[in-house]
Design a binder for this molecule. Structure first.
Ligand code: DHB
Ligand code: MG
Length: 223
């Protein structure tokens, strides 16, 4: 299943996808690895992968951090956008996913520039702080911790560095309010993502926008 692009106009989405062909055989193989190993197929869409690679290239990233590796699909896109000699530090909660991600980085021929860390990201991130400041932080892990991950990014990005958060439309719930929530989980996730967006929208430390990808991609540049 492909996530929709932009404003939900299927013709435009198909036009962009067919013209730019964002899913090459290596990314296709990584998706197969994800399926074969029963990892949930919640990775970013190929078009979003291209967006992330381009944003990485535009920023001239040498040192990137990813929070939420899953099976290595988005990490591959970031790794492809790195400057020569660049390095991606990617954090994954589950060892099972990390193992597949390491395979994925081999498939994509980027393992020389990717280091995978396993465990809760907020506990593991201090291990790389001495390598900072970083040029890019991509957040795509547990949604309730997005504000905490942003706090970490604000301390460890260089001026001009970028923070990106996936799923910032909260799976379509971002415009809902307290009385609309059906489960406590939905409320926690949506409120955390609202906090994340609001923090970036009003921060003195970042200039930000929310790019209208299918899932919503909030991007902030550190001032
Ligand atoms: C989920 C998480 C994601 O990061 C995503 O892009 C889509 C779905 C999820 O937890 O269901
Ligand atoms: Mg996501």
């Amino acid at each position: 299943m492909e996530k929709s692009y932009g404003n939900g106009n299927l013709d435009l989405a198909q036009y962009v996808y067919q013209t730019f062909q964002p899913e090459d055989p290596k990314l296709k193989r990584i998706k197969e690895l994800t399926m074969e190993n029963q990892i949930p197929e919640i990775q970013i869409s190929p078009m979003d992968g291209r967006h992330i690679e381009i944003l990485t290239r535009l920023t001239g990233v040498k040192k990137a951090v990813e929070i939420g590796t899953l099976a290595g699909f988005s990490g591959t896109c970031i790794a492809r956008g790195l400057q020569p000699g660049g390095q991606l530090y990617t954090f994954e909660l589950e060892e099972k996913n990390a193992e597949i991600a390491r395979k994925a980085f081999e498939v994509a021929e980027v393992s020389d520039r990717v280091k995978v860390f396993v465990g809760p990201a907020l506990e593991k991130l201090p291990e790389i702080e001495k390598e900072g400041p970083f040029d890019l932080v991509f957040i795509d892990a547990d949604k309730v911790n997005y504000p905490a991950y942003l706090e970490w990014a604000s301390h460890h990005l260089r001026p001009g560095g970028i923070v990106m958060g996936d799923n910032t439309f909260a799976f379509g719930d971002i415009t809902k309010s307290k009385s609309d929530y059906k489960t406590p989980r939905q409320e926690q996730i949506t409120e955390a993502l609202k906090t994340f967006n609001t923090m970036l929208a009003h921060s003195d430390a970042f200039r930000s926008t929310l790019l209208p990808t299918g899932e919503g991609l909030t991007v902030g540049v550190k001032i």
